[in-house]
Design a protein around this ligand. Structure first.
Ligand code: 2AM
Length: 427
């Protein structure tokens, strides 16, 4: 083994890092190439982005930012190699191991210069708009993780945080035998203590690919244009909204709050603050479907004085990801209370009126569905290019699309913690 292949034993992590900083490290991070160091075969687990053909095809069209996490020796690099092999033509890899970045490097003052090399590769990948970007490191440092998540989000990538599913992933004795850094059980234990296995996102959901998001935004734009040119609609709707401007009512301006990330929320978790979100986040359904491709069926568009949304009709597989108990803002069960079919609330928020939170869209949809279920006849029906637009009173309108829209998505979580702006999600 050459010097670059054989890292010194990190008995004293700080001293070790200082030694390594002086070593001229060859740039082993490569774009679209396999991981440099062949690893023994490790069954790192069944991941849809490796084993599900449909997902592999979709990821080749999407923009996905993989963040591999796990203790040294847990099998991250095997997943990294498999991702590299699967997406050879469209990948940018930033792997810390081949650069000689020790798992203990975060304890060293010089960690910034170590990560500069990884970051350079990530930036290259972003600049080239690679379809897949993979960052392989322990990622047990919360600050570093937040930085990567924000970077991915700012560049409109869907983030997948992937942890190996190996049996020994958190067994320090086993990890000590397997990790290439020859870290001791004690050192691994130190790393493990600061390692939070499940990162609970702000919410889980299906995230639209850029192309589908663009189509959906155009659909929303077309819907608002159609509404703004319909006098009968405007007459009813106008009486239900507060419009403070001197100017004539303008529906596009009224619904100025547009989400920057088009998605269909399955479970709101508030980064772990919502009761029962841990149960959902560690459920079998989430474990099996995280990072999997789904085609959502948008069957209707609706508008109320508060929100504009797209109704999503879930199929049997998609319903597996729908939370058993979905809570309303007041803590009550939203669907059970209304006696509507399971998953009725599923939707994509397209726009909100000023001061309205996007959470309102699902509640507005449930209200319309409840009125329909109760046998209420539409107060008005208008023929439109999208289908029959029905009014259920108080500015609530819905149109069942004559041509339902299929949107391509990946199931993941929304992780950024940045303060939302008007255009961004999380509000
Ligand atoms: P939405 O799915 O209707 O758009 C972040 O705020 C996302 O989670 C939003 O998109 C929002 O609604 C959804 N959300 C926010 N708070 C929620 C809550 N308490 N229950 C369910 N969904 C919520």
């Amino acid at each position: 083994m050459g010097r670059e292949d054989q890292p010194p034993t990190p008995r004293d992590p700080v001293a070790f890092c200082n030694i390594r900083c002086r070593v001229q490290v060859k740039n082993l991070i490569t774009m679209g190439e396999k991981h440099s160091k062949p690893k023994p075969h490790v069954d790192c687990g069944n991941f849809p982005f490796l084993n599900d053909n449909n997902t592999v095809q979709l990821i080749k069209e999407a923009h996905t930012f993989f963040i591999l996490r796990g203790l040294p020796g847990s099998g991250k690099s095997t997943i990294g190699s498999k991702i590299s092999e699967t997406y050879q033509a469209s990948i940018a890899c930033a792997f810390a191991d081949p650069l000689g970045i020790s798992p203990m490097v975060e304890e060293a003052e010089s960690s910034d210069s170590w990560y500069a090399k990884v970051d350079e590769k990530i930036q290259e990948g972003l600049k080239e708009m690679r379809k897949v970007i993979v960052v392989d490191d322990n990622h047990h440092n919360a600050e570093r993780l937040t930085y990567l998540i924000d970077l991915a989000r700012d560049n409109d990538y869907i983030v997948l945080i992937v942890t190996p599913k190996t049996e020994w992933k958190d067994n320090c004795e086993m990890l000590a035998k397997k990790n290439q850094w020859k870290l001791s059980v004690k050192q691994l234990d130190t790393i493990k203590q600061g390692f939070q296995e499940h990162i609970i996102p702000y919410y889980f959901g299906w995230f639209l690919l850029r192309k589908s998001a663009k189509e959906m935004r155009e659909k929303a734009e077309g819907f608002l244009n159609l509404l703004s040119s319909n006098d009968e609609f405007l007459e009813e709707f106008r009486t239900n909204v507060q419009w403070h401007s001197e100017e004539e009512f303008n529906i596009q301006e009224y619904f100025q709050k547009r989400p920057s990330v088009l998605h269909c929320t399955t479970k709101f978790c508030g980064y772990g603050t919502v009761p029962d979100c841990e149960l959902y986040s560690s459920s079998k359904a989430v474990a099996e479907n995280y990072g999997k491709a789904f085609t959502l069926n948008v069957t209707a568009l609706f508008v109320t004085p508060r929100t504009v949304g797209a109704r999503v009709l879930l199929d049997t597989d998609q319903k597996l990801l729908w939370p058993r108990k979905e809570l309303c803002e007041d803590g009550s069960d939203s669907e059970e209370k209304t006696d509507l079919p399971f998953g009725s609330r599923s939707h994509i928020t397209l726009a909100c009126a000023p001061g309205v939170k996007s959470l309102q869209t699902g509640l507005d949809l449930l209200k319309i569905l409840k009125l329909m279920k109760a046998g209420n006849k539409p107060e008005q029906q208008l023929e439109t290019a999208e289908g029959l637009l029905c009014c259920y009173g108080e500015g609530r309108w819905i149109v069942d699309l004559t041509k339902p829209v299929e949107v391509k998505t990946l199931f993941s979580g929304f992780y950024p913690k940045k303060k939302p702006t008007t255009e961004s999600e999380g509000n």
